[in-house]
Design a protein around this ligand. Sequence first.
Ligand SMILES: [Fe+2]
Ligand SMILES: [Fe+2]
Length: 214
Amino acid sequence: MRHYSFSDQLCLNADHLLRFLAGQNLPTHQLRENPAKNIAESELSVTEKKHISGLMRVNYTGEVCAQALYQGQALTSRNIETKQKLEQAGLEEIDHLYWCQSRLQDLNSHVSVLNPIWYIMSFILGLTAGICGDRWNLGFLEETEKQVTKHLEDHLEKLPVQDHKTRVILEQMRDEEAIHAEAANHAGAAELPKIIKLLMRGTSKIMTKLAYWI
Ligand SMILES: [Fe+2]
Ligand SMILES: [Fe+2]
């Protein structure tokens, strides 16, 4: 496996930053097929399309944050095994970005203009979690994935029943985030203090409210 120096890694992260923030110019190698690819578009009213676009904009921003967290955590984690796990998980999450972006394009909508702000905040959070050591790093990852899983459940309930295209994407994402949480737990994640969990929930609430609209 190629070894990257600290400055190499900073450049790679800067490259990722540019690719992900605008919802354009994503890497050309799509790892897995979009689960909605062969599902026909449903009859949706203008209001429903607007609502689904809002939800998918939130999910795209969530995935941008996940990328930033993984990249920050991998950069400062001192354990090679954890670093590789984080980089691998980050790679798997790229599919989620593609799927959300593709659904937004189907609906003639756009990604959130606030993505750069969320990216930077999440990247700093990831760096900090990595510095705190392996168990806390994994604990932070587990809690993030758990909260994302719950949030996706909530979006599934809010979807118009006939929108099977969005539903299959969100269901697959939900199942995979739950697997990521479990993997972090098995790898030895520490249970985060309640106050940190609450802070994380509060921040993600603000993010989801804003990304729904802009
Ligand atoms: Fe994801
Ligand atoms: Fe995940």
